[in-house]
Design a protein around this ligand. Sequence first.
Ligand SMILES: CC(C)(COP(=O)(O)OP(=O)(O)OC[C@H]1O[C@@H](n2cnc3c(N)ncnc32)[C@H](O)[C@@H]1OP(=O)(O)O)[C@@H](O)C(=O)NCCC(=O)NCCS
Length: 178
Amino acid sequence: MNHKILNKNCQDEVTRLFTSAFTSFEGKKEGELVGDLASKLSSRVDNHEIICFGTYEEESIVGAIFFTRLQFREAIQVYMLAPVAVCTEYQGKGVGQELINYALNELKNRSVAVVITYGDPSFYSKVGFRALPENIIQAPLKLSMPEGWQGQSLTGESIPTINDRPTCVKEFNDPAYW
Ligand SMILES: CC(C)(COP(=O)(O)OP(=O)(O)OC[C@H]1O[C@@H](n2cnc3c(N)ncnc32)[C@H](O)[C@@H]1OP(=O)(O)O)[C@@H](O)C(=O)NCCC(=O)NCCS
């Protein structure tokens, strides 16, 4: 199994992976919603504002993850991890955690200060995320599930308080995802 940074050529395989993993997990509607999001994000991957990492077993993609930049007035590098998917046959074997740890290490090497995610704490706590109160870092849009807002510092220091509300990439600028 190997992990790598993906480019726009991977759009179709990444879209299929997200559509199928989220359809199995939460049904057809969610599969289409997240598949469409993954397709749009893949089409604009630039390894800066939008970064995609994938895990391959031989030539087949078995996992993928996106990081998108959260932009604040101050010059601090903060990324949001979302969405992540592992194909159903490979779930529960450690692939998701390995891919996330690989990606976090890559971002740490790029001097990223903080990574944030929005999802189930029972999974993300396994890869270092902790609840992130919005008086420390706000979400770009109103959260329907504030307990899912989580963060981790990559600097060794605690997460700094940032006073302004960030903007996210346009693909996430839709209340349906929040
Ligand atoms: C979530 C997902 C990316 C995890 O990847 P994975 O390779 O299956 O996970 P790992 O094998 O590395 O880790 C497994 C652990 O995570 C937990 N876990 C897996 N999927 C989970 C989920 N959707 N919600 C909460 N916990 C989950 C398992 O309980 C397991 O814990 P254990 O080791 O204590 O039993 C993958 O299962 C997936 O694509 N699921 C469908 C889409 C999805 O739910 N995406 C993320 C939404 S938060």
